[in-house]
Unconditional design. Structure first.
Length: 357
């Protein structure tokens, strides 16, 4: 076991500046955002949502209940600012778009899920046109709001230096120059080339017992999930639609590039296709109580009977919806996350369904 969050020698708490937090905020689960926006001046709790700033995100392409998200972003009484490097589905709804800088245009630190190297980058080119990195946008916003604390004026390089934790086993004893655009740090090794602790970084587990817990008493008391449990869904439609990652896109990134949507088809087991009298390459409608989506059918024995597959992250382009319009809005019992693989649907030949459901 490796504690990924603590594996790399960076300290995000330094950058979050908790000492500036007044304790007064209205934290919103992003899954609730469309309903809160659509509630207008009468939200069930908290203040009305009258403005949104969308950056590092494409909610129309990735969130459940896509149709509800679209309706929320269409409200004329909600002021939307967006920042991106391309015109995403979500940027289409913005009142003002701030051009974002690409990763080639600013300095940053890079961690990874796939390897153990901490890397630092420098700009390869100057920002194009009026493009700005997020850090510069927020520095300018802070100045306009008269936030004068020095933390709001720190440069990108200063922020990088602040984030590096030289008490961490991977950096302890190393010179600052060990990390540069031409020299990455292997976090599996210390400065003497000896292996660093990988199991929880040599520390106790962040649990009440201080141990790795197979049964968690705290979660059992909180939600009855001391051990993970499988709970059968109430059957409403005959198929479960799963939408894992695509080899063509990273979530929804690169979805606008020609050819990167070539995998956006609906895969179905041959036995199910035969039962529904559907054939490979046929245009079908995938539907449930929320929406209907048109896709080309791919008959495949690699898909389990009763399960349908199409990869996530497709863009609308000329379509009214993507499969995200079919994904339900209920939340997981732990952490309140989205339940993408709880999506139940049915399938028919496109000509058998009306245009609107």
């Amino acid at each position: 076991m490796c504690n990924v969050s603590g594996f790399f020698p960076t300290d995000s708490d330094v950058l979050s500046c908790d000492d500036l937090y007044s304790g007064e905020d209205n934290e919103i689960n992003i899954l609730d955002l469309p309903d809160l926006v659509l509630a207008g001046d009468s939200p069930p709790e908290g203040a009305p949502v009258k403005s949104l700033f969308i950056y590092n995100h494409n909610p129309v392409a990735v969130h459940p209940r896509q149709g509800t998200m679209q309706a929320a972003l269409q409200r004329e009484d909600v002021f939307i600012v967006g920042s991106d490097i391309t015109m995403t589905d979500s940027m289409q709804y913005a009142d003002i778009i701030l051009p974002a800088a690409s990763h080639l245009e600013y300095s940053d630190l890079y961690q990874s899920y796939g390897h153990a190297y901490l890397q630092q980058s420098e700009p390869a080119i100057d920002p194009v046109g009026e493009a700005l990195p997020n850090t510069d946008i927020f520095r300018r916003l802070a100045a306009r709001f008269n936030f004068t604390d020095k933390v709001f004026q720190a440069s990108d390089q200063e922020l990088i230096d602040q984030a590096l934790d030289f008490d961490h086993p991977a950096l302890q004893g190393r010179e600052r120059s060990a990390l540069s655009p031409v020299s990455a740090v292997d976090c599996l090794l210390d400065h003497n080339g000896q292996p660093t602790p990988t199991l929880l970084r040599g520390e106790s587990a962040d649990t009440p017992s201080g141990k790795i817990e197979l049964f968690c008493a705290a979660l059992e008391q909180e939600c009855g999930e001391g051990l993970p449990q499988w709970k059968p869904q109430q059957k409403e439609y005959p198929f479960i639609l799963v939408s894992p990652s695509s080899e063509k896109r990273t979530n929804s990134t690169f979805g606008h590039i020609e050819g990167h949507d070539s995998d956006v088809v609906l895969e179905m087991h041959a036995r199910d296709a035969k039962a529904l009298q559907l054939s490979d390459g046929q245009t079908v409608q995938v539907y449930n109580q929320q929406a209907s989506v048109t896709l080309a059918l791919k008959v495949s024995d690699r898909i389990k009977p009763g399960t349908l597959y199409t990869p996530k992250g497709a863009w609308l382009k000329s379509a009214r919806h993507t499969i995200n319009a079919l994904i339900p809005g209920h939340k997981a019992d732990l952490a309140g996350g989205a339940c993408y693989n709880d999506t139940q649907v049915n399938v028919k030949a496109a000509s058998e369904l009306p245009n609107r459901l």
